[in-house]
Ligand binder design. Sequence first.
Ligand code: ATP
Ligand code: MG
Length: 456
Amino acid sequence: MPDRRHILLVDDEDSFRMHLARLFMRKGYDVTDVRTGEEALKAVSEDYFDVVLLDIVLPDIDGVEVLRRIRSENPNLQVIMMTGNATVQNAIASMKLGAYDYLTKPFDLEELSILIERACEISALRREHQLMRRELDRHLQFTEFIARDDKTLAVLKLVDKVAPTDSTVLITGETGTGKELIARAIHEKSPRRGKPWIVINCSAIPEALLESEMFGYEKGAFTGAIKDKSGLIEMANTGTLFLDEVGDLPPSLQIKLLRVLETGEYRPVGSTRTLRANVRIIAATNRDLRRLMREGKFREDLYYRLNVIHIHVPPLRERPKDIPVLVDYFMKKTCARVGKCVRKIEPKALQRLYHYHWPGNVRELENVIERAIILATGDTISIADLPLDLWQYQEQAVSVDENDKSLAAVEKEHILRILRETGGNKAQAARILGITKKTLYAKLRKYGMFAPEESG
Ligand SMILES: Nc1ncnc2c1ncn2[C@@H]1O[C@H](COP(=O)(O)OP(=O)(O)OP(=O)(O)O)[C@@H](O)[C@H]1O
Ligand SMILES: [Mg+2]
């Protein structure tokens, strides 16, 4: 059903204004009528209108000035000007300020009806256009989850499967792996898309505030609660609530969240009313919830409630095939943003990215690319544009067993130490070790340490 058109009539001549109001109400419009410019400005700031029919001569503010203010606040609102003493200047001024049209009293009511109808159509079209724009912007803001490796493609398959349902999802993975992006993808692919997407970061908000942020509070619940405030759960109504860093949720709130998951009910702080939540809950954490559970820091019942569907986002080092596509994606993205045209990356530099262990995962990769693009001279990222840690050998990735006293273990440890000392320079390391580079590579491979064949 198309919504009713709403007209605002502004004229201080009572009988004339009433007459018009009745006429348009009979034609099926909603009509609000006011006498002064101030009243008109107040009306448009408080209500939605399609068209304003505005007299140029008003008792308080000049009609042309009212038009100017309306247009600056509501550029989509169509305004038709009326005047008894038409002067060309008034007409020109109004049209310049964006009036839809201009009528000279006395005017033909049929002509006015047609004008109003057309202005309403324009107003509706503009509104529709604006809605579409907003929808589009929302889409553009939401980053696509880039995937090429089988491991991540499997994650996306799971996303497609769980998205249409309302089940609770627990997303785990190291920092920077893309957990939030996955959560958002589930929302965008679910029937709740277009509805609220609300994020609560459980570790960023102090415990004392978190409860009232989540559940809202009632007036008088504590000092400073001067009126009721709805919580994020209520704001997420009909949409999705993303509980980030859920492992940091304090115990007092864990039980309240459990109740929401079990019964859909909760109570604002200081309230005796029970409210119902219509939200889909997605939670994420980079902490080991099982361990927190064993340590008594995370409720077991809550864990099982959250863990209905579990999606694990693997660390970047376990899905190296994603690296080249991510590099390409971040290069394009950063270039567009910083306005610098760096299109290529040296094979050697890409290889270095490919074999690095990425403790900060995709977020770190994004930062490395951004930095490299800023540093790059010309249109190619070279190995010198990469940060130094990437040059150094992957100490964390390769560990040496302290108790292993075999010759091999000692050799491995020694090679690692020399590599560290040379800053990962294998030619130099080989010279110090008194072996050829080829032998060094063979040994690195033997000990499970990354060893790309390189030409320099
Ligand atoms: N597959 C991907 N495609 C494109 N961008 C990605 C991808 N994965 C991660 N990113 C980007 O990396 C950054 C980190 O991702 P996100 O915030 O989703 O990670 P997270 O797992 O929630 O991290 P944390 O545990 O630190 O909160 C974001 O800028 C995100 O857009
Ligand atoms: Mg996150």
